[in-house]
Write a protein that binds this ligand. Structure first.
Ligand code: SF4
Length: 322
C-alpha cells in the first residue's frame, strides 16, 4: 500500500464531485465488465450460528431469533426455481452453523451441480479447512466471506473472541484451495473511522478478491447495536464507485442493504455507480423472514432485479415467467 493510493481513495470517498465519481466508475465498469448484470440466486439455508457478532440478528445470544435449517432436497428445489428464473449462479449462505455437518452441505453442492449444472458459491463462515476442501471436491468453486472491517481493534470489539487475522487466514486458506474468493465490509458500522473505508478497499485488493460486497450498516433491534444509527446510502454508493475504480475486474453487487434503505432506487443506483451483480433471494417463503441479520431486510425478487437492471439500462438473462 502506498500513501498515494490511500490518499487517492480518500479523495474518491469523501471529496470527488459525486457525478464525476459515478461517471468514472461507470466507465471503468463498462470497459472491464460490459453491460451484462450477473444474477446470483441466494438461498439462506440455515439461520443457526455459533458466533456472537454484535451487529447481527443471528448471533447466538439472540434468543428471540427463529432458527431453521433446510434439507439438501429443499435447497436443491429452491435452486431449481432460481435457475428456471434465469439465475446464473447459486449462492448458499448460512450462519456459522457448525452443527450442520460438512457432508450435508456437500450433498447440497453435489445435488445442484449434478441436477442443474450451475456454479455454486458458498458463504458458510469460518469452518475447519477440511470442510472447505470437502466442499471444493463436491463442486463448489467460489466462497464469500466478508472481512467486515480492516480495523483490527474494531473487528475484535464487534466479534467477541475472534480476530481479523483469523478471518484473513481463512480467506487465504480458501484461496489456496482454489476457490475464487469474495470479501466485503460494512459501511457506517458504529466505531468506524472514515479513513478505514480506504483501508477496506486496499485490503480487498491485497487479498486478490474476485468479488467484494460493501453495504451500509442497518441495525437489528435485538442486538447490542440495535439503537445505533444506520449507515448512509449516499456514502455506500461512493464506496461502490471507489471499489470499482480500485478493483476494475471484480464482481461488485448492488447489495440488498441498498434496496432495504431505498427500495425503489437503491439497486438501480448501485448499478449506475459501478456494480455488475444482483443477488435476488430464493430462500423458501416459510423461512425467508427468519434470516434476519438486520431489520426490515428487503426481499429482492426476480421481478425487482429485472426492474432495477432495466432502469439502469443494462442487460440480463432473466426470464419473464420467473
Ligand atoms: S454475522 Fe455471520 S457469523 Fe456473525 S452472528 Fe451473524 S451469521 Fe453469525
Amino acid at each position: 500500500m502506498t500513501a498515494m493510493q490511500r490518499d487517492e481513495l480518500l479523495y474518491l470517498l469523501y471529496e470527488a464531485p459525486e457525478q464525476e465519481l459515478f461517471a468514472r466508475a461507470d466507465a471503468v465498469r463498462r470497459t472491464h465488465k460490459g453491460e451484462h448484470v450477473f444474477v446470483r440466486g441466494l438461498i439462506e439455508f440455515s439461520s443457526h450460528c455459533v458466533r456472537d457478532c454484535r451487529y447481527c440478528g443471528l448471533r447466538r445470544s439472540n434468543s428471540a431469533a427463529h432458527r431453521y435449517r433446510l434439507t439438501p432436497r429443499e435447497v436443491i428445489d429452491a435452486a431449481r426455481l432460481a435457475v428456471a428464473g434465469g439465475a446464473d449462479t447459486i449462492v448458499l449462505q448460512s450462519g456459522d452453523d457448525l452443527a450442520c455437518e460438512a457432508s450435508t452441505i456437500a450433498a447440497m453442492i453435489r445435488g445442484i451441480r449434478e441436477e442443474l449444472g450451475v456454479v455454486v458459491t458458498l458463504g458458510c463462515g469460518e469452518r475447519p479447512p477440511r470442510d472447505y476442501a470437502l466442499w471444493r471436491e463436491a463442486g463448489a468453486s467460489r466462497y464469500l466471506m466478508k472481512h467486515e472491517t480492516a480495523d483490527a481493534a474494531l473487528y475484535a470489539r464487534l466479534h467477541p473472541g475472534r480476530t481479523l487475522e483469523q478471518r484473513l487466514e481463512a480467506l487465504r486458506t480458501l484461496h489456496g484451495l482454489g476457490y475464487e474468493i469474495g470479501s466485503g465490509f460494512i459501511i457506517g458500522i458504529p466505531g468506524q473511522m472514515p479513513e478505514v473505508l480506504a483501508d477496506d478497499i486496499l485490503l480487498a485488493r491485497e487479498l486478490g478478491v474476485e468479488m467484494c460486497g460493501a453495504g451500509p450498516f442497518i441495525p437489528q433491534a435485538q442486538t447490542p447495536l440495535g439503537g445505533e444509527p444506520q449507515g448512509s446510502t449516499a456514502l455506500a454508493l461512493r464506496v461502490l464507485a471507489a471499489l470499482r475504480i480500485a478493483l476494475p475486474d471484480a464482481n461488485l453487487p448492488a447489495t440488498t442493504a441498498l434496496a432495504t434503505l431505498d427500495p425503489i432506487g437503491g439497486q438501480r443506483d448501485g448499478l449506475r455507480a459501478g456494480a455488475n451483480v444482483l443477488m435476488p433471494g430464493f430462500t423458501p417463503d416459510t423461512h425467508r423472514a427468519h434470516y434476519r441479520i438486520y431489520d426490515n431486510k428487503h426481499r429482492v425478487g426476480m421481478d425487482e432485479a429485472r426492474a432495477a437492471i432495466e432502469a439502469a439500462g443494462r442487460t440480463h438473462s432473466l426470464r419473464r415467467e420467473a
